[in-house]
Design a protein around this ligand. Structure first.
Ligand SMILES: *Cc1c(COP(=O)(O)O)cnc(C)c1O
Length: 399
């Protein structure tokens, strides 16, 4: 089959919920992707902030192959070796107390919501608890995660949402206070908003939220699915803010390509929330997924991924700031570490920019309202950044 035939076969059979770019990726190597015609691309999307270690990391691939030959799945009725290793590594890396592994980010958010509701229910036996979420947030597409996603058009066809969700404005503490009540059991937010357009939380905002939560015994849920796993230069983005969450979610780069998510609870929350019978999953934390997590976390340490991100991020920011200066339609650069966004004005459409970049052998994606999103593999070098900048110069020059 040729490229067009693969595309046609897919469109004939896969439910059309994505407008895909007309490219069929066949393999990857380092920070490069190759399509079915053999064309090479520099990847600054990493499968949406997933492939943090780059493609074809030998140790990672060998670990997965080894696990395939041992056992893929056991169910959660039994213990398994990778689960023991992955859970210990992840609680250590995050500073959290207990982990529950899921198959996706959205399921991690579901679990976080359930843990928060259970914690509140154990306190007062009531079923009227509320959760405050943020406008322009993204937490996933299942009914619970969608209910805390502050995006009107994502919700409208699927109402009613789950009850008791109130929305505040990100980085506006007064708007959070305005939504507080005696029923508030949790506040959920991304430490750096991703899909909403790359907006880092301001330190004062996050610290104020932590204080509010402490005063009222409200649980702080931080969604680190996109901004976690070293992307901002800390293992988890909150670790640069001098606060800790009560509940945290992770996914995307957690498995570096193997579908896996997790929600983690601190000691206080773990002691008084979900118990046997409350929550479960057939696949979650199975030997294959857990082996991926354990190997990813081992490699993060061996390769000092967070150190590399902290070292290289200023160079990326510098080159992007120069690019912003050269092209009038880029109005602002925002971001933290290797999670960067370029705000475009109405004179150029981000979809067109992404399509033209692809033609020029560069993979970039969009976010929010006309924002070009750069979430490359965390192993990029200065010369990769130079190449990306050259390609974007050409793309914006033509636009
Ligand atoms: C991607 C994402 C999710 C959803 O994760 P899935 O694995 O797609 O279900 C949730 N929250 C944030 C912040 C995300 O970026």
């Amino acid at each position: 089959m040729n490229t067009q035939e693969y595309i046609d076969l897919t469109e004939e059979n896969v439910l059309h919920t994505y407008n895909r770019f007309p490219v069929v990726f066949a393999r990857g190597e380092g920070v490069r992707l190759y399509d079915t015609d053999g064309k090479e691309y520099l990847d600054f999307a990493a499968g949406i902030a997933v492939y943090a270690l780059g493609y074809g990391n030998k140790a990672y691939n060998e670990a997965l192959k080894d696990q395939v030959d041992r056992i893929l799945h056991t169910s959660n009725l039994y213990y398994n070796v990778p689960l023991a290793e992955a859970s210990a590594a992840l609680t250590r890396a995050s500073g959290m107390s207990k982990v529950f592994f899921t198959n996706s980010g959205t399921e991690a958010v579901e679990g976080a919501i359930k843990a928060a509701r259970k914690y509140a229910w154990l306190k007062d036996g009531k079923n009227d608890h509320e959760i405050i979420a943020m406008q322009h947030s993204f937490h996933g597409r299942s009914m619970g995660a969608l209910s805390v996603t502050g995006h009107e058009s994502y919700q409208t066809p699927f109402r009613p949402m789950i009850g008791g969700i109130r929305f505040a404005d990100f980085n506006d503490i007064d708007s959070v206070r305005a939504q507080l009540s005696d029923r508030t059991c949790a506040i959920i937010l991304e430490t750096v908003q991703g899909e909403g357009g790359i907006y880092p939380a301001e330190a004062a905002f996050l610290q104020e939220i932590r204080s509010i939560c402490d005063e009222r015994d409200i649980l702080l849920i931080l969604d680190e699915i996109q901004c976690g796993m070293g992307r901002t230069g800390a293992m988890f983005a909150f670790q640069d803010y001098g606060i800790t969450p009560d509940i945290m979610t992770a996914a995307k780069a957690l498995g570096c390509g193997v579908p896996v998510g997790a929600f983690l609870l601190n000691e206080k929350t773990a002691a008084r929330s979900l118990v046997p019978g409350d929550h479960g999953t057939t696949y979650g934390g199975n030997p294959l997924a857990a082996r991926a997590v354990a190997e990813v976390l081992r490699l993060y340490e061996e390769l000092d991924i967070t150190g590399h991100v902290r070292a290289i991020a200023p160079y990326l920011e510098k080159r992007l700031d120069e690019l912003t200066g050269r092209h009038a339609c880029i109005t602002e650069r925002r971001g933290k570490g290797l999670m960067q966004g370029l705000q475009l004005d109405a004179s150029c459409r981000v979809g067109d920019i992404c399509a033209k970049a692809l033609k020029n052998g560069l993979v970039v994606i969009s976010a929010g309202e006309n924002v070009l999103r750069l979430v490359p593999p965390l192993v990029i070098t200065e010369s990769d950044i130079d190449e990306m900048t050259e390609k974007l110069d050409r793309v914006f020059g033509e636009s």
